[in-house]
Design a protein around this ligand. Structure first.
Ligand code: FES
Ligand code: FES
Length: 156
């Protein structure tokens, strides 16, 4: 199938694509390897991307579902040399250890902060509940989202 969608703000027009493959597989095949495959069955959140601003497990989503829609991945967060405030906050809070969960965490947190610029702890926890981390114990990740929410000049 021919697949047209926006990827990190860029128009994609891809011919002869297998629309039944997962969106994760499509993205990684295009070189967008920030999104990770962990479980492959919708349980770990390592593959989280945004589809029209909502966080989705790209391992479960057929690529065809991206037709005409806006997909955002972790590669789209930084602007040139400038990290996204959430990325800065993850570094400041020491919320990255092995890093495997980090792209998915960042995308879930992005969706949250775009929806609720000043979330409480309960909202942060709820937004990240589909993202598993084997390393950090979650407190540093939650602190990073708090820090990002408190940054005065946070970009959308
Ligand atoms: S790889 Fe998609 S939820 Fe685990
Ligand atoms: S930092 Fe290793 S899984 Fe989260």
């Amino acid at each position: 199938m021919r697949l047209r969608f926006s990827l990190n703000g860029q128009a994609m027009d891809l011919a002869d694509m297998d629309g039944s493959q997962s969106l994760l597989s499509l993205l990684r095949g295009l070189g967008f390897t920030g999104s990770k495959e962990g479980c492959g069955v919708g349980e770990c959140g390592a593959c989280t991307v945004l589809l029209d601003g909502l966080s989705v497990d790209s391992c479960l989503l057929p690529a065809a579902k991206a037709q005409g829609r806006a997909v955002r991945t972790v590669e789209g967060l930084a602007q040139g040399e400038s990290l996204h405030p959430l990325q800065e906050a993850f570094l400041e809070a020491g919320a990255v250890q092995c890093g495997y969960c980090t792209p998915g965490m960042l995308m879930s947190a992005t969706a949250l902060l775009e929806r609720h610029p000043r979330p409480g702890d309960a909202e942060i926890t709820e937004a990240l509940e589909g993202n598993l981390c084997r390393c950090t114990g979650y407190q540093d990740i939650i602190e990073a989202v708090r820090l990002a929410a408190a940054k005065p000049e946070r970009k959308p």
